[in-house]
Design a protein. Structure first.
Lengths: 577, 283
């Protein structure tokens, strides 16, 4: 079983409510779910859709074919009817769309009339959700639970009328959809073996909260705002301050101030905002102040396509900011990786006092995945700061004293009689500005050369999925993890194929330690697949290792890869092999 | 008891005769009179001659980027509201490069003390016009004279209902010291704009120029009235008032944030045991 439901309509029509409810509900019955959204940069109107894929096997990408199309506006029908699968059905309300379709694969459900009958017009979404369940032959009990969770605070009346509206939609669809041949198995599915459902933004936010984050400052920018939303929701429970800054320059400087004062701090933005943060990134490098920066990419240059996706800022994140200092870059491929990598980002920035950038994109930020669960026991939390008595009893403290490792413990200012001094100018061990050549060399050695080998040693190898001695290698980084893995599944029946996915991308994993270059060299073809125009990761690999990809697949229309589209392109490369 | 000896910092690299020396002296005297020790506060500074100030004080120091001292100070105060944070900035630093942060720090009313070394010129970059340079002043880079209206930091701050607005003159050290003490005693975002000569580059607003014009506000002057304060703030030319021009009791940001009412964030421990409950919210 592997169905796709697409809900299309104008912004502001509640498409997210229907899609989000369905996704949660399927996850609660133990199904695997993958959702993605496509929206325009507007508050109301336009055309948007929310796509939910459900299966009894793990799913981690979207399909092109749609089994149930929920048309909340007229435009949805012509735009998406050609995506219908053989058993596909379009459910709509003829009074909404002011149009009747007589074809067999259309189901006219009076969303509005049933909503008015059982409550108010606002419940049309609940009727629509109920009717999808009716078409699928699913029971209503899980939906009723979600209605109670969602509307419980608004009182029993609201709960009851929503349940009646859902039931009406469900029963109408179940008895009128004679062509519906869907089956979700397990007797219409009741709550069992519930899976967690989480998107990339939430996973980073949760990862940060789970790492002891205390301060998050940001300026809202799509597609990074979801992280700020998640953390702000946890302010009270976890004792966190989220400050909306006047601009991104302020956001990163505030976070650095908070970090200097003694807590774990983070900021998040997209490419344009990151450009404004760049001087602050350099300041973090010079003052050795820990900071985690989430960079959620969207297509540029400039404002680009604000609500769409691209992996176009890798080279920017790698080489931006003046001067020479170390940095760490992670690019999670799934919400699960995002959760654990955000935790590692905090550990490493605190341990080495170098900035860590977590790169995602609109696609990963907004896609929801199901997992059996995250293991909070895997969360690492070490306080690397000098505070309280441990600090007070030190005979002497110099913020930037030379050490074997290049790392000088960061003391909390005001926590002892010791002074904590740092400077954006080149400085001496105490932190006071200097200009002499000898100190300059020693400080650069401390900040850069002493730390870099240790940092490199922390980096994990790429994930290999599929054949261990593959002829065909699909190579990628960041958000393409799911699509590459599914592409391997498509071809592995008759091809010796594997995925090589990098989520810890700078510094690159050590080729001496992990032999991934050998795997690349031994393959008949290694295709570097990237959601950008120029193959930025391929450039990085060549610059750092000398290995040059001879085959590349690049998509740069602002949309994510789809399995059908990508498989076709892979086939072009491998058909002669 | 703190003493002047505690505040013996690096040897200043300012030009001989620079107004900064007087400000430094006033500041150290104020600290000693208030019996504050160097580790009990942090100075955040930007770039310019004023940016070097904390190195010459000997205290906790974050000497950051040009124009960005206020955001750093804000971040520090939000996570540790028991630790006083002061900003020493210049007129170009604070009103030019960092103008946006200046406006929004006032709006937030974060309890940071901002001292602006205002010499109406850029010193470190060798003599260009600053936002507070007077219209018509000629420089190497403004050969036809400054065309823009002179920024009035007092009036701007009062327009934004800044909690404490004062002007000092480096040449009146006793008065400057008292202003610094008043600002530190005040609860709320405090701006003290300190006029000072730049002996090397500002040939217009010299020590003599200021000396002839500045006058201490009348002891009967009441800084609580906003409209009257705004009137006072507009006074510039033959006579320039120094002293506390405006003051109010707006609540500070730190006291309005529920999570730090009992203790500052920096003293709150992290409890990993809550994570399982949070994880359940995803089901």
């Amino acid at each position: 079983m592997d169905y796709t439901i697409k809900i299309g309509g104008e912004a502001g029509q509640g498409i997210q409510t229907i899609g989000g409810t369905l996704a949660r509900l399927f996850a609660r019955t133990g199904l695997h779910v993958f959702t993605h959204q496509d929206y325009e940069s507007r508050i109301r109107g336009g055309h948007n859709f929310y796509q939910v894929r459900l299966s009894d096997k793990p799913v981690m990408s979207s399909r092109n074919r749609v089994d149930i199309l929920v048309a909340m506006d007229k435009e949805t029908v012509p735009l998406h009817r050609n995506e219908l699968s053989e058993i596909g059905q379009i459910v709509y309300d003829s009074s909404f769309l002011k149009q009747n379709y007589d074809e067999a694969h259309f189901l006219d459900v009076p969303f509005l009339e049933l909503a008015l009958k059982h409550g108010s017009r606002i419940m049309a979404n609940t009727v629509a959700t109920g009717s999808v369940l009716g078409m699928l032959g699913m029971k209503l009990d899980v939906l009723n639970d979600i209605i109670r969770d969602t509307f419980g605070k608004k009182g029993e009346d609201v709960v009851e009328s929503n349940i009646r509206a859902a039931t009406a939609g469900h029963d109408f669809a179940a008895s009128n959809c004679s062509k519906c041949s869907f089956s979700v198995g397990a007797n219409g599915r009741s709550p069992m073996n519930a899976k967690m459902l989480i998107d990339g933004s939430e996973a980073i936010g949760f990862g940060a909260v789970a790492s002891g984050l205390k301060f998050y400052s940001a300026y809202p920018m799509t597609p990074s705002t979801g992280i700020m939303n998640y953390v702000a929701d946890k302010e009270e429970e976890y004792g966190i301050i989220v400050e909306q800054a006047e601009d991104e320059i302020s956001a990163i400087n505030m976070a650095l101030g908070a970090s200097f004062a003694g807590v774990r701090a983070m900021t998040g933005t997209s490419g344009g905002g990151f450009a404004l943060m760049v001087e602050g990134l350099s300041l973090a490098g010079m003052t050795e102040t820990p900071i985690v920066i989430a960079l959620a990419q969207r297509p540029g240059p400039a404002t680009g396509l604000p609500t769409r996706t691209e992996q176009g800022d890798l080279q920017f994140a790698l080489y931006t900011a003046h001067g020479e200092f170390p940095r760490i870059i992670f690019a999670p491929g799934t919400p699960e990786q995002a959760f654990y990598l955000t935790n590692r980002a905090f550990e490493l920035t605190e341990k080495y006092q170098v900035p860590v950038i977590i790169i995602t994109d609109q696609y990963l930020a907004d896609t929801q995945w199901t997992f059996d669960g995250f293991d909070t026991g895997r969360i690492e939390y070490n306080d690397y700061r000098l505070r309280g008595d441990d600090l007070e009893k030190l005979p002497e403290y110099k913020r930037h004293s030379y050490t074997e490792s290049g790392i000088t413990p960061l003391a909390v200012p005001g926590d002892s009689g010791h002074l904590v001094v740092t400077d954006s100018d080149e400085h001496d061990e105490e932190g006071h500005l200097v200009e002499d050549a000898e100190t300059r060399i020693k400080m650069t050695d401390k900040r850069l050369f002493r730390k870099m080998p240790q940092i490199k040693d922390e980096i994990s190898p790429p994930t290999i999925y599929g054949s261990s001695r593959a002829d065909i290698l699909l190579v990628g980084w960041g958000s393409t993890y799911g699509i590459l893995k599914e592409a391997v599944d498509v071809f592995s029946k008759n091809r010796n194929i594997a995925m090589m996915h990098f989520s810890e991308i700078y510094p690159l994993p050590s080729p001496e330690k992990f032999y991934y270059l050998k795997v690349l060299e031994n393959a008949k073809i290694a295709i570097c697949i990237e959601n950008n125009a120029t193959g930025q990761f391929a450039c990085l690999v060549r610059a750092e290792t000398g290995y040059e990809f001879r085959a590349k697949i690049n998509r740069y229309d602002g949309r994510p890869f789809t399995l059908e589209g990508l498989s076709g392109e892979i086939n072009e490369h491998i058909k002669g092999l | 008891m703190s003493t002047l000896k505690d505040y013996r910092g690096q040897h200043p690299a300012w030009c001989p005769g620079c107004g900064n020396f007087s400000i430094l002296k006033s500041f150290k005297d104020a600290m000693v009179e208030m019996d504050i020790e160097p580790h009990q506060f942090t100075i955040v500074s930007g770039i310019g001659q004023s940016g070097k100030f904390p190195h010459y004080v000997r205290c906790n120091t974050f000497n950051g980027l040009h124009g960005r001292a206020l955001p750093v100070a804000t971040g520090m105060r939000l996570v540790n509201n028991e630790h006083p944070v002061m900003v020493f900035a210049g007129d170009g630093d604070c009103y030019g490069e960092g103008g946006n942060h200046f406006m929004h720090a006032i709006r937030r009313n974060i309890n940071v003390k901002l001292f602006v070394h205002d010499n109406q010129i850029y010193g470190l970059t060798k003599g260009q016009a600053s936002p507070t340079s007077m219209e018509g002043m000629k420089t190497k880079n403004q050969p036809f004279g400054v065309f823009s209206e002179q920024l009035n930091p007092m009036a701007l701050a009062i327009a934004l209902d800044c909690s404490f607005v004062a002007r000092g003159f480096s040449g009146d050290m006793e008065h400057t010291k008292e202003l610094i003490k008043s600002a530190l005693d005040h609860k709320g975002f405090s701006l003290v704009d300190i006029l000072q000569p730049c002996v090397t580059f500002n040939k217009l607003n010299t020590f003599e120029w200021y000396k002839q014009r500045v006058y201490r506000l009348d002891p009967d002057y009441n800084p609580e009235g906003r409209a009257q304060a705004f009137q006072k703030a507009l006074e510039w030319g033959d006579r320039i008032p120094i002293g506390i021009i405006y003051r109010n009791n707006r609540p500070i940001l730190e006291e309005r944030i529920p999570v730090i009412i009992d203790s500052p964030l920096v003293k709150q421990t992290f409890d990993l045991s809550k994570l399982e409950k949070t994880l359940k919210e995803f089901y």
